[in-house]
Design a protein around this ligand. Structure first.
Ligand SMILES: [Zn+2]
Length: 114
């Protein structure tokens, strides 16, 4: 199973975040990834990734301490003010996206690390 966020590279490219989304080559990655997944009978899911960066992947809340908006883009590590979990920004977002792929909001059991 492969789960990706539904970020639109064409929409983001028109914003001030254009450089980062184009640098990431998101479209160039996502399209062939979906083809490869289908060829291997791997489930490929695209989910709404809104708030995946701001939500705590441990308790599911959007705490005051999570990175928000453009000002929060530089925040790479943060601690959830609700449950105390320490997060790497990208790993936390990846866990939230994976959880959405599994159709749950709670942390996924059996996947302790990415
Ligand atoms: Zn938390």
């Amino acid at each position: 199973m492969v789960v990706v966020g539904n970020v639109s590279s064409s929409k983001l490219a028109k914003t001030k975040m254009a450089k980062s989304v184009l640098d990431a080559g998101w479209f160039m990655l996502k399209t062939p990834l979906s083809y490869k997944a289908k060829g291997q009978e791997v489930e490929f899911l695209e989910v709404n990734e809104a708030y995946s960066t701001q939500s705590c992947s441990c308790c599911g809340s959007i705490p005051d301490s999570s990175p928000k908006g453009r000002a929060g883009l530089g925040v790479r590590d943060w601690v959830c003010s609700d449950c105390g979990a320490q997060h790497d920004r990208d790993i936390n977002a990846a866990r939230n996206i994976l959880n959405l792929g599994f159709g749950c909001k709670a942390p996924v059991d059996g996947i302790p690390a990415l």
